[in-house]
Every structure is written in structure tokens, then in C-alpha cells.
Design a binder for this molecule. Structure first.
Ligand code: DGL
Length: 277
């Protein structure tokens, strides 16, 4: 039994799609969510810069006495999950491996498309994760540089978004994929448009649910589920505007958000230590 909270973070609001699933699978758990909205987007940043951010945020979440960390951001998972797992004692999971597993299980024709930010796609993390599970799967990755921006601006439908999605999915459609990984935690909010463009024959895979499932399994096996009877608390922290977070975040989370705390991070040269380590 462990009554402490689970720490979850993302570059912005996208990780709340993961929190939404965690609440479904683990309704009794406390969650501390950090959205780095002041430094959004992560998808255009370098691995070294993202590692610095990730270590800074994990240190911050540890100061909140969390028992488990979920990196609810593909770009951050791609850049820093391995380094963070090597450095910290606390269990840490990302969203890439769970999404890869779900896609490998779902595909019939063994042709999978992956869309994500530039950072995620160019890291090759999905290719590695999928190939570990099924070396014979064909993977068709596509970077979508501006899709997360649409979502963070609350522009989730309309001709502009649809045109952008069409442009990105066209090359994937030609490859005959039957499963498409939404390799960015912002994309589940674009599901309607993405599935309209992709067509009925393509199954959309969001890693949010798989990640929540894995978290539940891990906490159960570690005997670390929260047993306290008091209602679980959700704590929201943002590095940017609290009101924007509260308003837009409710859409991602599917429920109202009460108080949002604002934390402004000092940037530290943490990355030097990571690189040397
Ligand atoms: N939510 C982030 C991810 O899953 C992407 C958005 C960003 O570029 O910061 O990759």
C-alpha cells in the first residue's frame, strides 16, 4: 500500500488525455499533474534541451513526494525516458512503449502508421519499440509539425485542421496501413478529424489507455495502490497562464478543473550532469 500521489507531466495540456484514462483505471489514486505550457511546444526542441526539462520536472514532482512518474508526452519520452529511468530510483513510464504494444496487437495487415511531433518521429523511438515487439511489422512514420499547436489553441475542428491532417495522412494512406498511432498526447482531441480523413479501415491507437493500464498493473504488482478512504485529490500545476490551463484543460480532461497553481521554473544546467552520467 502506498497512499502517495502519482506524478504526471506533459509540455502542455495533452497529458491530461492520459490523466483522464488513469482516473478511469485508478479512480482511487491521487494525481499531481504538471503542464509545462510556458515552454510548449516540446516537439521542435532538441534531445539535450528536452532532457534538461524532464529532469527539472521530475525533481519538482519528487519534491511533491510522488510514488510513480508518468511522462505523458511522446516528445519527452522519446528524448529522456531511458536517461531518467537510469538516473532516478522512482519507477517512471512513458507513453511510447504502451502505444507501440497496442498497435502491434491491433494490426492485421502488419502495416502501422505513426504520427507525432518532429522530435518524436526523428528519434525513431516508435520504430524501435514496435520492432522489439514484432520485427516483421512495416512502420510508416510521419512528422506533423503543427498539429499539437492547433490543439493547444483549441482549434480542433474546421477546414484548416482538416487540410493539415489530409496533407499528413495522404502518404500513409498510400502505404495501406490499417492502424495509426496517435504519437502525441495532444492528438486524441483531433480524433474526429483524423478518423474522418483516415477512413473506416484505419484504427486509431491512442497510448493514453494503454499507459493507464500499464500503470495500474505496475502499482498492483508492486503492492503500491492507494488504500486511503478519503476522496482522491487531483492537483494541477502549470508553468504558464493558470486561467487558460483551467479553461482548455477541462476539455482534455473531460471534467471541470478547479484550482491551478503556477510554478515558474529556474532553468538549470542539469543536462551537463545527465550527459556525463
Ligand atoms: N504532447 C506532446 C507529445 O506527446 C507534444 C506537443 C509538443 O510539441 O509539445 O509529444
Amino acid at each position: 500500500m502506498d497512499n502517495r500521489a502519482i506524478g504526471v507531466f506533459d509540455s502542455g495540456l495533452g497529458g491530461l488525455t492520459v490523466v483522464r484514462e488513469i482516473i478511469k483505471y485508478l479512480p482511487n489514486e491521487k494525481i499531481v499533474y504538471f503542464g509545462d505550457t510556458a515552454r510548449f511546444p516540446y516537439g521542435t526542441r532538441s534531445t539535450i534541451e528536452l532532457r534538461g526539462f524532464v529532469f527539472e520536472i521530475i525533481d519538482f514532482l519528487l519534491s511533491k513526494d510522488v510514488k510513480f512518474i508518468v511522462i505523458a508526452c511522446n516528445s519527452a519520452s522519446a528524448a529522456a525516458l531511458e536517461a531518467a529511468q537510469q538516473y532516478y530510483d522512482i519507477p517512471i513510464i512513458g507513453v511510447i512503449e504502451p502505444g507501440a504494444r497496442a498497435a502491434v496487437q491491433a494490426t492485421r495487415c502488419r502495416r502501422i502508421g505513426v504520427i507525432g511531433t518532429q522530435a518524436t518521429i526523428s528519434s525513431g523511438s516508435y520504430i524501435n519499440a514496435i520492432k522489439t515487439l514484432d520485427a516483421g511489422v512495416q512502420i510508416h512514420p510521419q512528422a506533423c509539425p503543427d498539429l499539437a499547436d492547433f490543439v493547444e489553441r483549441n482549434q480542433i475542428t474546421g477546414p484548416e485542421v482538416e487540410d493539415a491532417v489530409k496533407g499528413y495522412l495522404e502518404p500513409l494512406a498510400r502505404m495501406g496501413i490499417d492502424s495509426l498511432i496517435l504519437g502525441c498526447t495532444h492528438y486524441p482531441l483531433l480524433s474526429e478529424t483524423i478518423s474522418k480523413v483516415a477512413g473506416d479501415g484505419v484504427k486509431l491507437i491512442s497510448s493514453a489507455e494503454e499507459t493507464a493500464r500499464e500503470l495500474k498493473e505496475s502499482l498492483t504488482r508492486k503492492d503500491s495502490l492507494r488504500k486511503e478512504k478519503t476522496p482522491p485529490a487531483l492537483e494541477f500545476i502549470s508553468s504558464g497562464d493558470e486561467n487558460v490551463f483551467r479553461k482548455l484543460g477541462a476539455r482534455f480532461l473531460g471534467r471541470k478543473i478547479g484550482k491551478v497553481e503556477r510554478v515558474v521554473f529556474p532553468l538549470r544546467e542539469r543536462v551537463v550532469r545527465v550527459e556525463k552520467g
